[in-house]
Ligand binder design. Structure first.
Ligand SMILES: Cc1ncc(COP(=O)(O)O)c(C=O)c1O
Length: 451
């Protein structure tokens, strides 16, 4: 349940044993602390020294059954309830899932499963090639059309993941003489893509449009070949929504291009889950490019870029992570198409939003700090990595699966649970989670509102 955070794309989180843990809280005989060790160099400076150092650390965790690097495997779909194999006790346990990105429960939509099975029988389990050779199926074409229509663009390209879509769009369009300006909390894939492009990178303070303006003002003359501004639509760890109207105004002021990563917005916000532009009622599409993923609310796997026809035609050839990578199996595209249909024909997005508001409200009333989330991603700040390590284990032992985010992924004071709401959660599930959080905070003597 450990998630890497974009700021630290080159680091690995290391938990080390410390005998000096403070007794500020009710820690009993706890002796763990989380150290911010990176993986850039090893103790002996050698290439494989890093591997050795990491193994040593892992072994320490494993002894205490607190190894966040090695997961308990799922024995069932990652749905509202999931069966997880506790590898320490060797038992399968039923958990209520508050960690799935399948916010709509689309992973198990019966219509999508049926369609995927039907198409698997017709097409087999793979696509047989890269898109520009033999890998383009009719379902891929149909899916591209549906995504473009839903988001209000001309056309789309399907990738094998959201990560590769982001790699493709930035490395395909951007050259070393461009500048790429990121929100500080953008996803790692967007930063990796920028490194791959060879362009200079700048980052503005999270959600701070004045800071974006400052950076563009200072740089626009130096970059006559163009500036790309990049933001997540919904931020993957904080759950807040990018202020697109203000960002767009600044982007236009400096004649830049805007890229929005809709990984956590598609199927979640906007009209029938159409995303962040729709959420704000923005109809303009000029100089805007959108990427997204099929792996979160759409419940399967794959990513996409959607934009104007000319940009898409260009990127089909110059986005190397598309050109040189095998297409998704047709069954996956067909399953995703069935999910989009179900989203359009049902009120499932409304149901998700109802649950989101219910749980946010309950946690706020109980006094927890859940930052400025507006979406099913609910960060619940614990502020202490050691305590959180124990809390996650306690939650699992009590039948709840919840993700935990540690430093250096987040600043130490914002160490947190990352709760994910699903449309299928019942009030009882959500009330149970709130009670669990109260109990855990009491157990460890933590104030509920951790700043
Ligand atoms: C904001 C954001 N962008 C892109 C991705 C990558 O998507 P995928 O998991 O489909 O590769 C993720 C997923 O972790 C994400 O959170």
């Amino acid at each position: 349940m450990l998630i890497y955070y974009p700021d630290f794309i080159c680091s690995v989180q290391i938990i080390i044993i410390s005998l000096h843990y403070t007794n500020r809280y009710n820690l009993g005989n706890m002796k763990y602390t989380i150290n911010l060790t990176g993986n850039k160099t090893s103790k002996d400076g050698s290439i494989l020294g890093k591997v050795h150092d990491f193994k040593y650390e892992m072994d320490q965790h494993e002894k205490e059954e607190l190894n966040n690097y090695k997961k308990h495997p799922h024995m069932s779909a990652c749905d509202r309830t999931s069966i997880i194999h506790n590898r320490h006790t060797n038992q399968d346990v039923k958990t209520i899932m508050f960690g799935s990105n399948s916010y709509l429960g689309a992973t198990v939509f019966p219509s999508a499963i049926e369609k995927a099975i039907e198409v698997t029988r017709m097409f087999g389990i793979g696509s047989g090639g890269v898109p520009l050779l033999t890998g383009t199926s009719i379902y891929q074409n149909m899916l591209e059309k549906v995504i473009a229509e839903k988001t209000g663009f001309d056309d789309a390209i399907i990738f094998s993941s959201g990560y590769t879509a982001n790699l493709g769009v930035i490395s395909g369009l951007i050259r070393p003489n461009n500048l790429v300006v990121h929100d500080k909390l953008n996803h790692a894939s967007l930063l990796d893509a920028t490194i791959l492009s060879g362009a200079k990178m700048a980052r503005f303070k999270h959600g701070n449009v004045d800071d974006l303006d400052r950076i563009l003002k200072a740089n626009s003359e130096q970059y006559p070949q163009g500036i790309l501004v990049v933001t997540d639509g919904v931020f993957s760890m904080d759950g807040d929504i990018a202020k697109l109207p203000e960002i767009l105004a600044v982007v236009k002021k400096y004649d830049a291009i805007l890229l929005i990563d809709e990984a956590h917005s598609t199927g979640v916000i906007g009209e029938k889950g159409a995303g962040t532009l729709s959420h704000y009622g923005i109809t303009e599409r000029d100089k805007i490019i959108v990427t997204g993923t099929l792996s979160k609310a759409i419940g399967t796997i794959g990513g996409y870029i959607t934009a104007s026809q000319n940009i898409i035609d260009y990127l089909r050839i110059y986005a190397r992570s598309n050109m040189f990578s095998t297409s998704l199996p047709p069954s996956v595209c067909a399953g995703a198409l069935a999910v989009f249909k179900e989203i359009d024909q049902s009120n499932i997005v409304d149901k998700l939003n109802e649950n989101t508001l219910y749980l946010q409200q309950a946690l706020r009333v109980a006094g927890f700090n859940i930052l400025n989330t507006e979406t099913p991603i609910i960060p619940l700040v614990v502020g202490d990595a050691t305590i959180l390590t124990y809390m996650v284990k306690d939650a699992f032992d009590q039948g709840y699966s919840v993700n935990a985010i540690f430093p250096p992924a987040v600043p130490a004071n914002l160490t947190r649970f990352r709760i994910s709401v699903m449309a299928s959660h019942t009030k009882k599930d959500m009330d149970g989670l709130v009670e669990l959080m109260k109990d855990l905070f009491n157990k460890y003597g933590l104030e509920r509102y951790v700043k």
